[in-house]
Ligand binder design. Sequence first.
Ligand code: FES
Length: 268
Amino acid sequence: MSLPSVDIRRQPRRMGETARRDAWWLKPGLTFLGFSAFIVYSTWAAFQNADYQLGNYLSPFYSPLIFGDGPHAWIEGQPEWWPALLPFSPALFILWAPGGFRFTCYYYRGAYYKSFWADPPSCAVGEWRKKFLGENSIPLILQNLHRYFLYVALLFLLILAHDAWKAMWFMGDDGVEHFGVGIGTIVLSMNVVMLSGYTLGCHSLRHLVGGVLDAFSKSPARKKAYDCVSCLNRGHQRWAWGSLFWVGFTDLYVRLCAQGTWTDWRLF
Ligand code: FES
């Protein structure tokens, strides 16, 4: 007796062709809009070279302030060697680090490959490229730098946590700084929480804390650390978006307060 057969040979799909009936284009579309908005705003803010600090508040786009003016600056003023033709901004010295960290993040890669390059447009949707090249050659092999960006991002977390601590001190009428909390203190502290949730849930950090060569570590402390990172990692997408939004909002908050458009209310 012969059994009925079904031809399941894979048919090459045209670009955008799919059997999916859901709105598969919605997520990459929203991702495209969200990332584009952040890229436009952060680029604009990075080139302003103004309104990035107010008292002890410092915008995360400008922290650490390696060159600049004011009490946060490590080195006062603009470096003499800076080319006259290039617009100067302290943000240009540091934004490569968080930018590189996010650009090489496993979650973001999946998101912007779909939303910006349509490669593929979405799961089970026809793509323009017929050959899968992976990330084994230049330029995408450079995505493997993610682990090294992670080391720098962890350092930045400490710096931003120190900024949040400094944001708890306000100059009094007696010329001495006193402990206090303003809305800006909460905004800067929340920024550290959001960025910590994102950074400490990194895939590379999981491997780093939980693994030895080709195996899990047997150390109970490292297993515990692995569980903690894995727990954050399960919400990595939400942390990625939440921290992206909040870091932009933190810059905006400091900027508008420094301009006098918003008032920084003190709680105590
Ligand atoms: Fe997303 Fe490392 S995988 S930050």
